[in-house]
Write a protein that binds this ligand. Structure first.
Ligand code: KG4
Ligand code: ZN
Length: 338
């Protein structure tokens, strides 16, 4: 089954064609990152307009690259939630038009379910059940993937997402948007013991997390150094910050593996590209004898292929939309409107 998959929830317009949920025939991306960088973050209105400009040409390019014609496409899938609403609407409208014109089923895909499904592309042998640490720009949670479309959230951030806090600290340090990758790079040259940053333990649920206290502590440290004229050791601060984020995430993953008895842990989302988090997950999983699944960096960030992968399983579960499909800025990974 060849699925034409569309992703436009943030600042990447992406169109992919994925066969049977596992084989990527093409994965075309038009990134707007350079455009938004001058503003220090994504400008929603500009993002929507750029999606409109790019999406048709990208779909054409996807067919050409995979040497398919429209008649070879069996279904159209699209990210319908969550994301910048104007941006998601562009993808949803395009997907509806394409499905209608080709008379093919329309499959709605939750963006975060897509991130999790990136693991199916990287690991053809991976099947649920498994645990997944989802760490993206807008989401941070530990998900029990019971089946391809049956999930349970064990814990989530109660405030900022990990990616948001990486980006904020990077921005104040003068790094270009999105700063997570630049902060990660700088951290490799630093000494994490030079600065002390907090690790928070919010609420009763041991799997829940919080990053706003950590973010504020890092920002205060930077501003204080500026005020007293102290030279900041940026690589060491980046190393201390990355260590604190990882120390918030990884022990909860370990607890989840221990308590649930799962022996497979996957990671997903843009922040899953972080070298410190990847290294700590590998070490922890080795100690527990658990299998680790980490998509290559190209599949951690937003892409169309991950949407095509999840769409195959949504289709099998009967999750097909009609022309009334709407777009949602927020929606739980379990499908509830928030
Ligand atoms: O999943 P994603 O591409 O978009 C969302 O769905 O939000 O994640 C983007 C986030 C940004 O916050 C970006 O700074 C972060 O992923 N990111 C990283 C790294 N690479 C990307 N954060 C930390 N370390 C990295 N190496
Ligand atoms: Zn994403």
């Amino acid at each position: 089954m060849n699925i034409l998959a569309i992703e436009s929830s943030c600042d990447e317009t992406a169109v992919a064609i994925v066969r049977d949920g596992r084989e990527v025939l093409c994965d075309c991306i038009a990134s707007q990152v350079d455009l938004h960088r001058i503003y220090g973050g994504v400008v929603p209105e500009i993002a929507s307009r750029k999606h409109i400009e790019a999406i048709y040409g990208l779909a054409d390019q996807a067919l050409q690259q995979s040497q398919l014609t429209r008649s070879d496409i069996d279904a159209v899938a699209v990210t319908y939630a969550p994301g910048l609403i104007g941006a998601v609407l562009v993808g949803v409208n395009f997907a509806k038009a394409a499905a209608l014109a080709m008379q093919k089923p329309l499959i709605p895909v939750h963006h975060i379910r897509g991130h999790i499904a990136a693991n199916y592309l990287a690991y053809p042998e991976l099947e649920p059940p498994f645990l997944c640490l989802v760490v993206s720009g807008g989401h941070t949670m530990i998900v029990e993937v019971k089946d391809y479309t049956d999930m349970n959230i064990l814990g989530t951030t109660l405030d900022d997402a990990a990616g948001e806090s990486f980006d904020k600290v990077a921005r104040v340090l003068g790094m270009p948007y999105p700063g997570g990758a630049a902060l990660d790079k700088a951290a490799k040259l630093g000494d994490e013991t030079k600065y002390t940053l907090p690790r928070s333990k919010p609420g009763e649920n041991p799997y829940n997390m919080s990053f706003s206290g950590l973010k504020t502590a890092a920002l205060n440290l930077i501003h204080h150094a500026e005020q007293v004229g102290e030279e900041l050791d940026i690589p060491s601060l980046c190393a201390a910050f990355s260590a604190a984020v990882s120390d918030t995430l990884v022990p909860r993953v370990v607890l989840a593996l221990r308590q649930t008895g799962y022996r497979k842990i996957a990671v997903a989302g843009g922040v899953a590209a972080n070298s410190r988090i990847r290294a700590d997950i590998l070490t922890a999983a080795k100690e527990l004898g658990a299998e680790v699944y980490m998509p290559p960096l190209s599949l951690c960030g937003d892409n169309g292929a991950m949407i095509g992968a999840q769409a195959f399983y949504e289709y099998q579960a009967g999750n097909i939309a009609d022309m009334g499909l709407n777009a949602y800025a927020t929606k739980s990974i379990l499908g509830e409107t928030l």
